[in-house]
Design a protein around this ligand. Structure first.
Ligand code: ATP
Length: 355
């Protein structure tokens, strides 16, 4: 289990600091998406490599190689796929793994693609097996076999496809079947963003939304955005609301600080749920080790919510460790909540405290 398991969890989508897009995000994100590689902030290596791949394809007058983008939700995979299409001067078709349950669904999409079109397949790891097998052939030979009829009388009719570029997106590249992974000419892993990069994201979005923000205000929002542009943009919108209602609309450090205190997002981007888990672990169980089920009961949440929604970020931040004996708070967790660890740490904590 790691950070990317938040993808399928409904509870995450309801949080202000959840990385999965909610309805409001979907409505406003189109306006905030960078349109070309030059506008795309951060991910230097991915940008540089992709730039080469696309330039070379353009110079050859060829369709770009298939591209696999992996990384957590909200890091810009959809945005990059649109940029790939724009840079190639090609149209884009957007669909997702869960929307393609039958091979026939995929055949219908593939057979209607134009030459050079970009097909963006989000959550490619969630496609059905028969569709996946059809995709292998389509990616490699630009051909699919459409099965007509059933049982012994079924026949395969080959269908030629125009060359196209598949851009697959996944939160779990490691779990893709190797035959699928191997058919991508270029694979890019997207990392979480540095606070400095997120500051640029916040400034850029504030500009597009016509919101005045000073550098300290942008830094305050960036630092709480959990390395994720989508969260940075969402926090910016909430802080903007606060600035409009409680002040003159301009975002400063004080305004951002006060607004995010109202929304219970702390300096490190932890929300109420994250802090409840840490507090229970520290105050009720002396920092652990404690079993997941016990911890979940203590915070009044489902086991899955604690494990899949709260823990991945706490682990990534180095505040909580999952050990064979149970969950353990790190020294950083004690200092983050302003508490002092008890003398003589528990057996599961010895490594973490260097005891
Ligand atoms: N590098 C970036 N520079 C500026 N803005 C960005 C960048 N990456 C993402 N964003 C912004 O973050 C928002 C979310 O990005 P996007 O939808 O591309 O993420 P995603 O990885 O496809 O998420 P999901 O996996 O949930 O589909 C977009 O509105 C976009 O404006």
């Amino acid at each position: 289990m790691n950070w990317d398991d938040t993808t399928d969890t409904g509870a995450d989508a309801e949080r202000l600091v959840g990385a999965v897009a909610d309805r409001e995000d979907q409505a406003v994100e189109a306006a905030l998406r960078p349109k070309d590689l030059g506008e795309f902030i951060g991910q230097e290596k991915v940008r540089e490599q992709l730039d080469l791949v696309l330039r070379a394809a353009r110079a050859r007058g060829a369709t770009a190689d298939h591209v696999l983008l992996s990384g957590a939700p909200g890091l810009g995979k959809t945005t990059l796929s649109m940029i790939i299409a724009a840079e190639m001067g090609a149209p884009i078709r957007i669909t997702s793994g869960p929307a393609i349950q039958h091979a026939g669904d995929l055949a219908a999409i593939l057979s209607s693609l134009q030459e050079g079109e970009v097909l963006f397949l989000d959550e490619i790891h969630r496609m059905s097996r028969p569709a996946e097998e059809m995709l292998y052939m389509a990616m490699e030979d630009f051909r699919v076999d459409v099965i007509v009829g059933k049982g012994p009388g079924a026949t395969a009719i080959p269908l030629e496809l125009p060359p196209f570029t598949l851009v697959g997106a996944t939160t779990r590249a490691g779990l893709l079947p190797p035959p699928l992974r191997d058919r991508f000419g270029f694979t890019a892993h997207m990392e979480f963003y540095e606070p400095r990069e997120l500051e640029r994201v916040v400034h850029r979005s504030a500009n597009l939304l016509d919101v005045e923000i000073d550098p300290a205000g942008a830094a305050e929002i960036a630092g709480r955005s959990r390395g994720t542009p989508r969260i940075a943009n969402r926090l910016l919108r909430r802080v903007r609301d606060y600035a409009q209602v409680k002040a003159d609309g301009q975002i400063t450090r004080e305004i951002a600080h006060a607004a995010l205190a109202v929304y219970e997002v702390d300096e490190r981007g932890l929300d109420r749920l994250d802090r409840a888990v840490l507090e229970a672990l520290l105050k009720l169980f002396g920092g652990g080790p404690v079993g997941l089920s016990t911890l979940a009961v203590a915070v009044g949440e489902e086991r899955e919510t604690v494990e899949e929604v709260a823990e991945p970020f706490l682990v990534r931040e180095g505040l909580l460790a999952r050990t064979p004996r149970g969950r353990v708070a790190t020294p950083a967790a004690w200092s983050h909540l302003g508490l002092t660890p008890p003398r003589g740490t528990g057996p599961g904590q010895q490594d973490l405290f260097g005891a």
